[in-house]
Design a protein around this ligand. Structure first.
Ligand code: 0RA
Length: 646
C-alpha cells in the first residue's frame, strides 16, 4: 500500500471517529437506552464493566466506585492499566483511541476476556462523549499518565505526570447536563444495588462504593464494601433472607461446559412464588431466553425422573406440569456468552441456541448429585411439587371464573367501579383508592371524562403469603383484574399476562399519606409485581401524592407535601397561618382532592419503575414476608418504595 493511500485511510478513519462521537451526542438513546435516570446510571455501569472485564481476565481484584463531592463519578481498578503506547493505525496513544473512538474498547487485545456489558456494551468512549469533562489516569510501568477530555474530545495528548508503584486505571467523569436534562444526580441506592449484584455475579472481586456528597455524624462518608467468595450461592441467601427454606443447602454449581461458562444456584422455600433471575454477561435478562429454557428443561427433566423413580407420584390423579416444579423456587442462572444475541422488546432475551443444552446438562448433573446425596431434601422437594400440582388445579378453576367474567363479559365490570366516558385506553386512567369514603370523594372530585375510580376495601390480600388459587378467589383482586381488563393464562403459559385489552393506560394507586396508607400501597404494588409485572414494566403504574398539610390565612391557601414546604408557605403568609394536617384522604373535600392529587395540571404522580428485579423481589419478600424485624428496620430507614421507584 502506498504512503498516500495509507494517509487517506487514516484521515477517513479519524473523520469517522469524529462522526461517531458526534453521533453519540446526537442520538444518545441509541447507545445508552435513554437519557433519563436509567441512562445516566448506565454511564457508571459502562465504566465499571471495563474494570470487571479486567478482573475477569484475572488481572485485577479490586474496583473502587465513588460519587464525588461535586457529583462526578470516579471508577478505579488495580488492573494492568489501559495501554498508553502509540496506536500505529491511529497515530495516537491506545488510551486516546479507547476514550475517543466509538467501538474501539479492548479490540486491540485479542486475548482479553471481554464478555461483560453485552447489552449495550458500547464502551467507555460513549461515556466520554456524553460527559462535559472526563479524565483518565493510568498507573502503568512505574509511571502515571493522564489525559482529559471535553464532550469526548481530548484536550491534550496523553502526558506523563509522575511516577508510581501502583498499577491500574482511574476514570472520572461529569455527565453532560445538556444531554441528561432531567437530572445528573446519581442515586446511592441504585448504584449500590448494582455494585452488590456485580459482586455476587463475579465472585472474588472486591468492589468498594463510596458516596462523598455527604458525611455522617462521625464525619465519615457513606460507604459499602461488596465482596463475595461464594458468588451465586451467597446471592441466593441474600435474596431469600426473608423466606423460609425447605431444604438444608443452597444447590449450586459453577463450571464451563464446552465454551460457555455456566453458574447456577437455587433453593426451595415455603412460598408459592417462582423467582428465577437470569444473567448473560452480568446483564439481567428480564425476558429470559435460551439459558432460561435450558435451566427449566434441566430442572423439569431431572426432578421428574427422580419423582417417577421414587414412586411418590403413583397415587397422583393429575399430570405434573412444568410450573409445578418451580413453586417456591428461587434460582439464579448466570452465563457468559462471547457473542450474545439479544432479542425481545427490551433486548433482554438471549437468542443463542447453542446455550440451551450446556445449561440444561449442567443443571441436570447438579440436581442429580444433590438429590442422590440428600434423599430427605429430595422427598421434601417432590412433596412440594405434588402440592403445587394440586393447588394449580384449584387455581385453574378460580381463574376460569375470573376469565369468564372478564372475557365473556358475563359479570360485566365490577359494581364498585365508577368508569369514565372516554373510550380510548391511552387517555383513560383509573384511581385505585383506599376505602369507600375516600373513593366517594374521589368520585365527586374526578373528571369523569377520563378518570375512573375503583375503591378498594381496607387491606387487600397479601399475595406474598397466599396460594395462587386464593389470590384468584379474592374479590378485591378479581375486581382489579376485571376493571383493568387484564386476563391471565394462555394455552401455552398458564401465567402469561394479556395486556391487550388494558382499559386504562394509567393505573394510579391513591392511599393516605401515612403508615397504613403506605402499607396498603405496598400490598397493591406487591400484587402488581407478582401478578402483573408487565404492567409495571410498561410504565402503567403510578402512585398519587396527596398533600400532608393545608396552610391557610385569610383568603390565602397553599398545600404542602412536606415540613419544609409547610414552613415556607407559612413564611410567605407572614407567619401564624392556620395549619391543617391531613390525616388521610378522607379529610379532604372533593375540590381539594381534585386540586392537589387528581388534576393532571397540578398533581405529581410517581411512576413506579423497577431498577433491578432481584432487588425488588427481595424488598417485597421482606416487606410482605413473615420476618418482622428486618421489615421494621427497612420501613424506618427508607420510604416504602425506595428501591422500586425511580
Ligand atoms: C487491554 C489491554 C490492556 C489493558 C486493558 C485493556 C485494560 C482496560 C481497562 C479498562 C478499565 N480498566 C482497564 N484495565 C486494563 C493491557 C495489556 C497488557 O498490559 O499487556
Amino acid at each position: 500500500m502506498s504512503e498516500e493511500i495509507k494517509k487517506n485511510n487514516y484521515s477517513a478513519d479519524s473523520i469517522q471517529a469524529l462522526e461517531g462521537m458526534e453521533h453519540v451526542r446526537m442520538r444518545p438513546s441509541m447507545y445508552i437506552g435513554d437519557v433519563g435516570v436509567r441512562g445516566l446510571h448506565h454511564l457508571v455501569y459502562e465504566v465499571v464493566d471495563n474494570s470487571i472485564d479486567e478482573a475477569m481476565g484475572g488481572h485485577c481484584d479490586t474496583i473502587g466506585v465513588a460519587i464525588n463531592e461535586d457529583g462526578s463519578i470516579t471508577v478505579e481498578d488495580n488492573g494492568r492499566g489501559i495501554p498508553v503506547d502509540l496506536h500505529k493505525k491511529e497515530g495516537v496513544s491506545a488510551l486516546e483511541v479507547v476514550m475517543t473512538k466509538i467501538g474501539a474498547g479492548g479490540k486491540f487485545d485479542k486475548d482479553s476476556y471481554k464478555v461483560s456489558g453485552g447489552l449495550h456494551g458500547v464502551g467507555v468512549s460513549v461515556v466520554n462523549a456524553l460527559s462535559v469533562h472526563m479524565k483518565s489516569t493510568v498507573f502503568r510501568d512505574g509511571k502515571i499518565y493522564e489525559q482529559e477530555y471535553e464532550r469526548g474530545k481530548s484536550l491534550y495528548p496523553v502526558k506523563q505526570i509522575g511516577e508510581t508503584d501502583k498499577r491500574g486505571t482511574r476514570q472520572t467523569f461529569y455527565p453532560d447536563n445538556t444531554i441528561f436534562t432531567q437530572t445528573t444526580e446519581f442515586s446511592y441506592d441504585t448504584l449500590s444495588a448494582r455494585m452488590r449484584e456485580l459482586s455476587f455475579l463475579n465472585k472474588g472481586i472486591t468492589i468498594t462504593f463510596t458516596d462523598k456528597r455527604e458525611v455522617d455524624e462521625k464525619g465519615e462518608f457513606k460507604s459499602e464494601v461488596f465482596h463475595s467468595d461464594e458468588g451465586l450461592k451467597e446471592y441466593i441467601r441474600y435474596l431469600d433472607g426473608n423466606r423460609e427454606p425447605i431444604i438444608s443447602h443452597v444447590i449450586s454449581m459453577d463450571h464451563e461446559k464446552g465454551e460457555i461458562p455456566v453458574e447456577v444456584a437455587l433453593i426451595y422455600n415455603t412460598s408459592y412464588t417462582e423467582n428465577i433471575f437470569s444473567y448473560v454477561n452480568n446483564i439481567n435478562t428480564h425476558e429470559g431466553g435460551t439459558h432460561l429454557q435450558g435451566f427449566r428443561s434441566g430442572l423439569t427433566r431431572t426432578l421428574k425422573k427422580y419423582a417417577d423413580a421414587s414412586g411418590m407420584l403413583d397415587k397422583l390423579k393429575f399430570e405434573i406440569a412444568g410450573d409445578d416444579f418451580r413453586e417456591g423456587l428461587t434460582a439464579i442462572i448466570s452465563v457468559k456468552v462471547a457473542e450474545p444475541q439479544f432479542e425481545g422488546q427490551t433486548k433482554t432475551k438471549l437468542g443463542n441456541r447453542e446455550v440451551v443444552s450446556p445449561v440444561s446438562q449442567a443443571v441436570g448433573e447438579m440436581l442429580e448429585n444433590y438429590l442422590e446425596e440428600n434423599p430427605n431434601d429430595a422427598r421434601i422437594i417432590i412433596q412440594k411439587v405434588i402440592l403445587a400440582a394440586q393447588a394449580r388445579h384449584a387455581a385453574k378453576k378460580a381463574r376460569e371464573m375470573v376469565q369468564r367474567k372478564t372475557v365473556m363479559g358475563g359479570g360485566g365490570l365490577p359494581g364498585k367501579l365508577s368508569d369514565c366516558s372516554e373510550q380510548d385506553p391511552a387517555r383513560c386512567e383509573v384511581y385505585l383508592v383506599e376505602g369507600d369514603s375516600a373513593g366517594g370523594t374521589a368520585k365527586q372530585g374526578r373528571d369523569r371524562n377520563f378518570q375512573a375510580i375503583l375503591p378498594l376495601r381496607g387491606k387487600i390480600l397479601n399475595v406474598e403469603k397466599a396460594m395462587h388459587h386464593k389470590v384468584f378467589e379474592n374479590e378485591e383482586i378479581r375486581n382489579i383484574f376485571t376493571a383493568l381488563g387484564v386476563t391471565v393464562g394462555t394455552a401455552e403459559d398458564s401465567k402469561a399476562l394479556n395486556l391487550e385489552k388494558l382499559r386504562y393506560h394509567k393505573v394510579i394507586i391513591m392511599c393516605d399519606a401515612d403508615v397504613d396508607g403506605s402499607h396498603i400501597s405496598t400490598l397493591i404494588l406487591t400484587f402488581f409485581f407478582r401478578f402483573m409485572k408487565e404492567l409495571i414494566e410498561e410504565g402503567h403504574v403510578y402512585i398519587a401524592a396527596p398533600p400532608l398539610y393545608l396552610v391557610k390565612k385569610g383568603n390565602k391557601k397553599e398545600y404542602a407535601w412536606n415540613d419544609v414546604q409547610r414552613d415556607q408557605a407559612n413564611d410567605r403568609m407572614g407567619g401564624s397561618a392556620a395549619i391543617q394536617r391531613y390525616k388521610g384522604l378522607g379529610e379532604m373535600n372533593a375540590e381539594q382532592l381534585w386540586e392537589t392529587t387528581m388534576d393532571p395540571n397540578f398533581r405529581t404522580l410517581r411512576q413506579v419503575t423497577i431498577d433491578s428485579l432481584a432487588e425488588a423481589d427481595r424488598v417485597f419478600s421482606m416487606l410482605m414476608g413473615d420476618e418482622v424485624p428486618p421489615r421494621r428496620e427497612f420501613i424506618e430507614k427508607n420510604a416504602v418504595y425506595a428501591n422500586i421507584d425511580a
